[in-house]
Design a protein around this ligand. Structure first.
Ligand code: BES
Ligand code: ZN
Length: 979
């Protein structure tokens, strides 16, 4: 991966998040410190409207001395306004996610009281208005109805009582099969559909409740008789009302005709477009249903456990092809000149995995273990498909063997969609991707290939974890995403060793620890009910902490036992739904009580800090919650079953050297040989915990590393660096001790420890810089001092092995950003050569970003990049150009980019998170971006669902450089008043 890479902003979650140079979303830790000196507004290059008020201290909210609890984070902020929006829904309370105990800031009592009063008044008025029947203000008034019923049931769109009171569907009606006919009209951008759903009735009932959102349902019949339909839009539900009971044990067929507009966002059945080589605009339609958008394309029982078979037919015009989950059975010519493609009946599957596409794509294909694997893209990009096809074929064979269950479909399509919000989506048999995550140009670098291989590995893993075996409900989304993320790294490591994914996996785990150390984190398995809460589950906890805990389990059990359990789990639950316990019960429980052990990791938030004390042969260990919080309220009940691994000076670099002690209690002791000089815990950082060795333990370890750093594996060296920074941030160690270890870096050549140290130091520098702290320049000098030789010795021409590329791009990105003349001169030289060649001269892929970013600082360079951006057809390169364009210090240019992207004309709206992310990296930018987000919140949330990863990312990007109390307060105020 490209460290410092703002590709993170809208690339696949962990591909992005494993970037070592990701900012952590915590406003809190630095906010708690008072700036060393007052900020001088006159020194500012640019002051956005509201930020100026803040910088000058003219904000309306005076802050009192008592404001001490600055525990907050972008994630928390995202959560708090998202939860607020969900809690306005009457449904939210019974199911609502448990209240996060965290808060933004602690305003003064006076402010607090006033705020509470205003909130109570506003909330009461809102609730009264919300609950008032729609008829209240009409001339006719309301009909009298059974008032006790009225208190229970909400009102349907037509004013009648809606006969269901829960966001979850009733369990007594089960869908068995869907016949779906869809006809998208790519001229009017509308679609028509007919769905027939076969249902089993498990209890007598007069109502059938299912999902529908934004569909005009014109006709509903059951066994050819017309049926009354009610709609309750806030919950995206419809009720079919029958005069007589549907009988227990009977099967019925519900048929509905409907129409809708193709969506302009990125979910449901949406329209996408691109401009072809000839300059013509081409349109297409594609689906993105996960998590809750199948209901936007056809009325359905849209819950993951309500699996059914699907028989899909698609009407299209000639000149387009259609694709769906299953192989095509036949194409029929219709009397109106249209063609109707009919696909085979699917396997039993969840609605969120259904997919269809109508487009003019081209493809290449190959057979792998009896499955026809095809890769599709717009015709102009057909020569960028080879790499993806090769990867998909290799990985499919690998997974077939590893899991011992063959991929059950006869075909598997991988399709690059020009407008696509996520990184990729695992629809069964029809995986959809961003162009960036599937296409590889002739000159693409190994780092670009690594992205493609990893994303394919992730989505293919879902064909087993998620598609074949699905979580019962979204609270256990991690069973999908954590597993796919774990498989993504482990399979790429095995199948594509040249892609050296290990460093990325390690930095992903560091990042996951950092996010989970905030009080605003959540347990891996978390109750959710509202759509916003479901969206929020697609976060670092489900993906990265999920993957990290699986790694810890597999290294505890051994890989062999781990995969044996996994295969048994897949076999036992194939085509069914599972929860946490089902998974843990599939592993042998004799040696370790896996159920008890893993529940401590998935059912409570956070992770432990293990403190080690050794006196001679006696080692005592204790655990506590590692919590980045000022007022720590860690409960004594926070205990984990920690598989503590350790090595010592006599044997330290091979897995055979490791010993394991299971720490279940708060404290424990065990013995080691007396003559042990030092111990390193958490071998290769495969466990999800941080270790404090105490004064003496650290001293011995640091000395050993300084003497010969190869006594530890590179992962263990990186782990020591990471843990030292984490502990100093918690106030458990002084920064001096960190500096004491970092002296050894002079001899370090390995990517993992170097990039981890550089990331941690640069992160502190950037925060100091953003607050114009005098310490910033000392920090910069300290960093340069440590790394300058390594920066200067990097080559600018050659292609290097991947981990060397990662190191090079990390070092040079910092060097050029810090204005190191060697770096900027060289980058400018390469850029000018590139300009002179009219963009044809090849720049090594890992250097493009730094070269373009330096080039983009001049007017001419920026213009040239913009031109090339517009015409280039290699999406990975285009994103590097876009990031460089967004790194301009010229606020007008940045403003133009942001606005263009929001409109989606010149720059696609899917790139907005990337642009914001990059803009926030420079001083003027981060203040400006915050204003932009506030001012355009309505438009932004029309495109990106509240709670979604894109929104999480936007909030994190725009707030993660805030480090003053005033900005923290401003963010909190904004959450309460505007969002
Ligand atoms: N299932 C997700 C796609 C998704 C993400 C759907 C968010 C709904 C909301 C897919 O498997 C996924 O995880 N995609 C990643 C890329 C992956 C390689 C990490 C993404 O989109 O970030
Ligand atoms: Zn996934």
């Amino acid at each position: 991966m490209e460290p410092f890479e703002s590709d993170r902003a809208s690339l696949p979650r962990n591909m992005i998040e494993n970037s070592m140079f990701e900012e952590e979303p915590d406003v809190l830790d630095l906010a708690k410190e008072t700036p060393a000196y007052p900020l001088d507004p006159d020194d500012m290059v640019y002051e956005p409207r509201s930020s100026r008020l803040l910088v000058r201290g003219l904000g309306e909210n005076d802050m009192d001395e008592e404001e001490e609890d600055y525990e907050s984070s972008a994630r928390l902020l995202g959560m708090s306004f998202m939860n607020r929006s969900s809690s306005l829904r009457p449904s939210a309370s019974p199911y609502a996610r448990q209240e996060q105990s965290s808060s933004c800031t602690m305003p003064s009592n006076r402010t607090l009281l006033l705020g509470v009063f205003v909130l109570v008044v506003v909330a009461s008025v809102a609730m009264v208005i919300y609950f008032l029947p729609k008829c209240t203000l009409t001339k006719e008034g309301c009909h009298t109805v059974n008032t006790s019923m009225e208190l229970i049931y909400p009102r349907a769109t037509n004013g009648e009582l809606f006969p269901w009171t829960s966001l979850r569907l009733p369990v007594y009606v089960q869908p068995v099969h869907y016949d779906l006919l869809i006809h998208p009209n790519l001229t009017t951008m509308t679609f028509q559909g007919t769905v027939s759903i076969t249902i089993d009735v498990l209890n007598d009932t007069k109502n059938v409740i299912l999902h529908s959102s934004g569909l005009q349902i014109t006709n509903v019949t059951v066994q050819d008789k017309e049926v009354k339909k009610l709609e309750y839009q806030p919950w995206q539900q419809i009720a079919l009302k029958f005069p007589e009971d549907l009988k227990k044990g009977q099967t019925y067929v519900l048929t509905m005709e409907y129409s809708a507009n193709l969506s302009n966002s990125y979910s449901g059945f949406y329209n996408s477009s691109y401009v072809d080589k000839g300059g013509n605009k081409r349109v297409l339609a594609a689906t993105q249903f996960e998590p809750l958008a199948a209901r936007k394309a056809f009325p359905c029982f849209d819950e993951p456990a309500l699996k059914a078979t699907f028989l899909i037919k698609i009407k299209r015009e000639t000149g387009y092809i259609s694709l769906s989950n299953m192989p095509k059975n036949q194409t029929v010519e219709l009397s109106d000149g249209l063609l109707q493609d009919e696909f085979e009946k699917s396997v039993r599957m969840s609605t969120y995995l259904v997919a269809f596409i109508v487009a003019n794509f081209t493809q290449i294909n190959q057979i792998a273990s009896d499955t026809l694997v095809s890769v599709y893209a717009v015709p102009d990009k057909v020569d960028q498909l080879d790499y993806a096809l090769g990867c998909a074929v290799k990985l499919l064979k690998f997974y077939n063997t590893l899991f011992g269950i063959k991929f059950p479909l006869k075909k598997l399509d991988l399709v690059a969609i020009p407008d696509f919000l996520a990184g990729a989506m695992e629809n069964w048999g029809l995986i959809t991707f961003r162009e960036r995550t599937l296409l590889v140009g002739n000159h693409s670098s190994l780092m670009d290939k690594q992205v493609v291989a990893s994303v394919i590995a992730h989505e293919l893993a879902h064909q087993w974890f998620g598609n074949l075996v699905t979580m019962k409900w979204w609270n256990d989304l991690w069973l999908n995403e954590g597993f796919a993320t774990y498989m993504e790294y482990t399979s790429v490591e095995k199948v594509f060793p040249e892609l050296e994914i290990g460093n990325d996996f390690l930095s992903m785990r560091f990042k996951s620890l950092a996010e989970d150390s905030l009080n605003s984190s959540r347990p891996i398995s978390t109750e959710v009910a509202t759509p916003e809460q479901v969206e929020e589950m697609f976060d670092s906890v489900s993906y990265e902490k999920g993957a990290s805990t699986l790694l810890m389990l597999s290294s505890t059990l051994t890989e062999e036992k781990f995969y044996k359990g996994v295969s048994e789990y897949l076999e036992k639950y194939r085509n069914m739904n599972t929860d946490n316990e089902d998974l843990w019960n599939s592993f042998p429980q004799e040696e370790y009580n896996v159920v008890d052990m893993m529940n401590t990791w998935t059912l409570q938030k956070g992770f432990p800090l293990v403190t080690v004390n050794r006196t001679g042969a006696q080692v005592s260990v204790s655990q506590e919650h590692f919590l980045l919080k000022v007022n720590k309220t860690a409960k004594s009940s926070d205990l984990w079953h920690i598989p503590l691994t350790y090595v010592n000076d006599s044997c330290s670099t091979s897995p055979n050297c490791t010993q394991l002690f299971l720490l279940k209690d708060k404290t424990a002791t065990f013995k080691v040989p007396k003559n042990v000089k030092w111990m390193k815990f958490n071998f290769r950082n495969n466990g999800f915990y941080i270790v404090n060795y105490g004064e003496e333990g650290w001293r011995a370890l640091i000395e050993a590393v300084k003497e010969n750093h190869e006594v530890l594996t590179p992962e263990d060296r990186a782990s020591l660096i990471n843990n030292l920074f984490a502990l100093s941030r918690l106030g458990k160690l002084s920064f001096k001790q960190v500096m004491n270890l970092l002296v050894y870096l002079e001899h370090e050549n390995h990517t993992a420890p170097l990039t981890e140290a550089l990331y941690q130091l640069d992160r502190i520098y950037r925060l100091l810089d953003k607050r114009q702290d005098l310490l910033a320049s000392s920090m910069k000098n300290y960093i340069l001092n440590l790394f300058v030789d390594k920066m200067n010795s990097q080559s600018w021409e050659q292609d290097l092995p991947l981990s060397k590329q990662e190191l090079r791009s990390a070092l040079l990105e910092v060097a050029c950003r810090y204005g190191q003349k060697n770096c900027t001169d060289r980058a400018e030289h390469v850029f000018l050569q590139w300009v002179a060649s009219n963009g044809t001269e090849r720049i090594p892929g890992d250097l493009m970003k730094v070269v373009f970013s330096v080039g983009a600082q001049s007017n001419a360079g920026w213009e040239m990049l913009l031109q090339t951006y517009t015409h280039s057809i290699v999406d990975a390169d285009r994103r590097k150009m876009l990031a460089a364009l967004a790194s301009s210090q010229d606020v007008r240019k940045v403003l133009w980019l942001l606005q263009e992207s929001l409109q989606g004309s010149y720059v696609k709206t899917q790139e907005l998170p990337l642009i914001l992310h990059t803009v926030c990296r420079n001083f003027a930018g981060h203040l400006y971006a915050w204003d932009f987000v506030k001012e355009n919140w309505g438009k932004i949330t029309q495109k990106f669902p509240i709670g979604s990863f894109a929104i999480q990312d936007i909030i994190m990007s725009t707030t993660s450089y805030f480090s003053t109390e005033r900005l923290l307060w401003e963010v909190c105020r904004q959450c309460l008043h505007s969002f």
